[in-house]
Design a protein around this ligand. Structure first.
Ligand code: SF4
Length: 230
């Protein structure tokens, strides 16, 4: 099989438990969730589809990672919605390189592939995560566009392992604008439940992804501001 690869780039992880660590991102094409603030809208939105999407085999992707990222960098499979694909062949080859493989997903399909880390980002207004994926999550990222998104996201997490941290990330345009309603709601939620953590997308400040020649540098406005490149 081949994977539709929207973009791939060597960068660092900008959020969550592995914040700041060198990582090679593989962003697969296609997502049915249609989040109105999506910051990867080129992977699904009809107005921002690229002219073409290369199809790469697990072997070709594995070789690209080996050539473009030093040993020790882990791999992040993201999208789009990567859980729609059989990730097992790719994960097997990356493990053979000695790399850890992380997955970022909204959890809407069974997970195929023995990944080492699952960041679950539930989208309760779209398709909620499958219980079996919730049970496999190692961390959770709830995007908070409105204060009510916190409770809606938490309501999807029955069966989450008790040691999985739950990040509350202000949706990026709200963070950029320092939206007091969203930021204060996150603060109040974290103070009320110490299992929750206040998060931030540090890569939106550094923009390290843009330094890699394979990243998509088109200006796509959903959830952001075209003039600033996100
Ligand atoms: S699930 Fe992720 S990739 Fe899909 S539309 Fe929502 S934010 Fe975008």
């Amino acid at each position: 099989m081949k994977y539709p690869v929207y973009e791939r780039f060597y960068t660092w992880q900008g959020e969550g438990v592995h914040l700041g660590r060198a990582a090679y991102f593989i962003r697969l094409y296609g997502c049915p969730q249609a989040c109105p603030w999506c910051d990867s809208a080129g992977t699904w939105h009809r107005d921002y589809r690229p002219d073409s999407v290369p199809l790469l085999s697990a072997q070709e992707l594995s070789e690209a990672v080996q050539q473009e990222a030093p040993q020790g960098a882990f791999v992040v499979l993201t999208g789009g919605e990567p859980i729609l694909f059989d990730l097992a062949p790719l994960v097997t080859l990356l493990h053979a390189q000695g790399r850890r493989v992380h997955l970022e997903t909204s959890g809407i399909a069974p997970l195929r592939g023995a990944v080492d880390w699952v960041t679950l980002s539930p989208k309760p207004f779209g398709q909620p995560p499958l219980p079996e994926v919730v049970a496999q999550a190692t961390e959770v990222k709830i995007i908070v566009h409105e204060p009510d998104d916190i409770a809606a996201g938490l309501a999807t997490l029955e069966g989450l392992p008790t040691d999985a941290p739950i990040w509350l990330h202000p949706e990026w345009s709200k963070a950029r604008d320092r939206d007091a309603g969203v930021l204060n709601a996150i603060t109040q939620a974290v103070k009320a439940d110490p299992r929750l953590r206040a998060g931030y997308q540090l890569h939106k400040l550094y923009r390290p992804d843009e330094l890699d020649p394979h990243s998509d540098k088109r200006l796509i406005p959903l959830g952001g501001q075209v003039a600033l490149g996100y």
